[in-house]
Design a protein around this ligand. Structure first.
Ligand code: GLP
Length: 629
């Protein structure tokens, strides 16, 4: 644990290490855990680990498995206590934490099964209290937890200690927060299927561990990480209690560090090298904070907000304001594919070639329309050769009710058609789907036939949504990347087949523009994984003609929206265009509440631009230029 903190870390009340990515952090953490296990083994003692579930620890568990397989690390002397379990789920349920742990770790290492402890999700209600008490006792009897691994939920929870959990809380049954249930909605194919209760170790249980590391990846966690690390210790963010522990640390990646003061407002913690990006960030931040449009910022504003060195380096203030104002102004364009025959010196996208081959990559079928439906609309209208590519089938998101609806209609058609005998195969198919739905029950895993049908349902919805934006069915393509077809949320594994499929796609289309998302997402999310694949493919393509001239624009879908200073291209939308986008989104049967409310985000971007003193639009879709190509 670092004892001397740099000035940059001064705001952080729990020591925080920022790694370039989750892989590096997972390796560092696994190395520490290995040391503990081996030193205990030498002493003939057990090492007691507190373990977490969710996507966050997956890279860490993969590294432990690698250490076991390749470097002979044994887990025979390891005892584990898991943080929590959904109440109501049997241990073999695909989303139970018991099953998650078996599949992600325990089945692949040599831990004795009687060393594994996970709260029971099926203990009868009247025995819950006693079960929880015994869990605490077992931890104590094992000598207490030596090393506790944590993730963090968007509500700031550790384990399932939702806001309101007290510092001294112990293992108990809790009610899940609405946000937590929304976050788990995709796993359970709909919020309504997410269990309402869970059994979790308490904050007090966790704080008794001798050593603690909380991991967090991706920008969506940035806000809650900053609140936990820099904010007050409060029951509203249970991870903030770690500030009171003398051996707790945060291991985070660059995305999750974005809201820490040393990253977000570096001028408040030390000298800054004023690159154009940092300058833009500082001026925009200051304008937002003082509620002054950029052109009305005065020298006192700069001085009072810790920006006097920026002023002395790049002032006078008024000229700096004009420079940044112009820079922001130049991000706005109604011509995302470039304006033909126009001077493009200050436009985000070049004029030539025109029309452009534009490839819009959508990790799951709905993402691109959520993130950039209005821009897609414009690209089509302006005559570009637009292709919308659904990278995965999205079948895991589709609720059973959609498949049921389709199969029921198909079966009824069998009775309605003139020649039912000629419809036999379809009727059998419908019955088979209905049977599979019945057989697997509410929470069972989808057999391949059902997954296929759900994928097809989404295909129809995407074609429909694209059509509402003027894009014909022949322009919508489905890649069905294998990692998704073979996997489940939070535990996907990619192979060379995924790379090959994506690489063939790019080779075939040789795009001038690629629109993508996921660069700031949790690396284990579908968007995060597909972005990583794209990055790898583009690296391989480097040197090819098309690749050298292809521009790469990143949009945000479900992830944290871009902030005004990060936007390189702002595509405004009129009220009518926004309405068209919303109407096109209504074609989807399985959108999350966040996706359904995407228009608010588009309005928020417009509000920010307005506040900065730029033109007032109804809504804006925002893009960031990716520098690779
Ligand atoms: C659940 C778990 C937590 C976990 C959180 C974040 O709520 N009970 O232990 O930290 O999810 O999940 P993820 O790592 O998938 O973001």
């Amino acid at each position: 644990m670092p004892t001397v903190r740099s000035a940059a870390e001064a705001h952080e009340k729990t020591p925080t290490v920022i790694f370039p990515g989750s892989a590096e952090a997972a390796r560092a953490l696994a190395a520490e855990v290995r040391q503990l296990i081996e030193s205990r083994a030498r002493e003939g003692r057990n090492a007691v680990l507190g373990l977490a579930t969710g996507s966050t620890p997956v890279p860490f568990y993969r590294e432990l498995i690698r250490l076991h397989r390749e470097e002979k690390l044994s887990f025979k002397n390891v005892v584990t206590f898991n943080l929590d379990e959904y109440y109501g789920l049997p241990a073999d349920h695909p989303e139970s934490y018991a099953r998650f742990m078996r599949e992600q770790l325990f089945d692949s290492i040599d831990i004795p099964s009687d060393h594994i402890n996970i709260p029971s999700g099926t203990i009868p209600s009247d025995q819950v209290f006693e079960h929880c008490r015994q869990y605490e006792e077992k931890i104590e009897a094992a000598g207490g937890i030596d090393f506790q691994i944590l993730g963090i939920g968007r509500t700031g929870h550790i384990g399932f200690n939702e806001p309101g959990s007290s510092r001294d809380s112990l293992t108990r049954r809790i009610t899940l927060d609405r946000v937590t249930r929304q976050d788990a909605a995709a796993d359970f194919r709909g919020e309504e299927n997410v269990p309402r209760f869970a059994i979790t170790m308490g904050v007090g249980t966790i704080l008794r561990a001798k050593k603690i590391v909380l991991m967090a990846w991706g920008e969506n966690k940035a806000g809650v990480v900053a609140r936990a690390v820099e904010g007050p210790v409060t029951e509203a963010v249970s991870a903030s209690f770690l500030q009171d522990h003398d051996a707790a640390r945060f291991f985070i990646d660059a995305g999750a560090s974005r809201e820490l003061t040393r990253v977000k407002l570096p001028w408040l913690v030390g000298p800054v090298s004023w690159t154009p990006a940092e300058t833009r960030r500082a001026v925009v931040w200051q304008a937002m904070k003082t509620k002054h449009p950029v052109l009305k910022l005065v020298d006192e504003d700069y001085n009072e907000h810790g920006l006097s060195d920026l002023l002395s380096e790049q002032g006078p203030g008024y000229q700096l304001n004009i420079r940044i104002f112009n820079r922001l102004q130049h991000t706005i364009t109604g011509w995302p594919g470039g304006k033909p025959d126009a001077d493009d010196t200050f436009r985000p996208e070049r004029a030539k070639p025109f029309p452009k081959r534009c490839l819009i990559l959508s990790p799951e079928p709905q993402d691109a329309i959520v993130g950039m439906g209005g821009t897609l609309d414009r690209l089509v209208e302006q005559g570009h050769d637009v292709r919308l590519i659904a990278l995965t089938s999205g079948s895991l998101r589709v609720p059973d009710s959609e498949a049921d609806k389709f199969a029921a209609t198909l079966s009824e058609l069998g009775e309605a058609v003139k020649d039912p005998a000629g419809w036999k195969e379809q009727t059998e198919y419908a019955h088979e789907i209905l049977r599979l739905l019945e057989e697997k029950g509410e929470f069972g895993e989808d057999p391949p036939l059902l997954r296929q049908l759900k994928g097809l349902i989404l295909r129809g919805e995407l074609r429909d949504a694209a059509h509402a934006l003027g894009l014909g069915a022949d322009r919508v393509h489905f890649l069905d990347l294998p990692f998704y077809e073979k996997g489940r949320y939070r535990r996907f594994v990619t192979t060379d087949d995924d790379l090959a499929a994506l690489s063939n796609l790019l080779e075939r289309h040789k795009p001038h523009q690629i629109y993508c998302t996921g660069d700031a997402a949790d690396p284990s999310s579908v968007a995060g994984i597909t972005f990583k694949l794209l990055d790898a493919v583009l690296e391989r393509c480097e040197g090819q003609d098309w690749c050298g001239t292809c521009s790469l624009w990143s949009y945000r879908g479900r992830e944290k929206p871009l902030e005004a200073h990060e936007i390189d291209m702002a595509v405004p939308m009129s009220p009518l265009q926004l309405e068209r986008k919303v109407r096109s989104l209504s074609r989807y049967g399985s959108l999350s509440s966040l996706e359904l409310n995407i228009a608010d985000r588009n309005r928020q971007h417009a509000g920010d631009y307005d506040a900065l003193g730029l033109a007032e639009y109804e809504a804006i879709e925002a893009f960031q230029r990716r520098s690779r190509v």
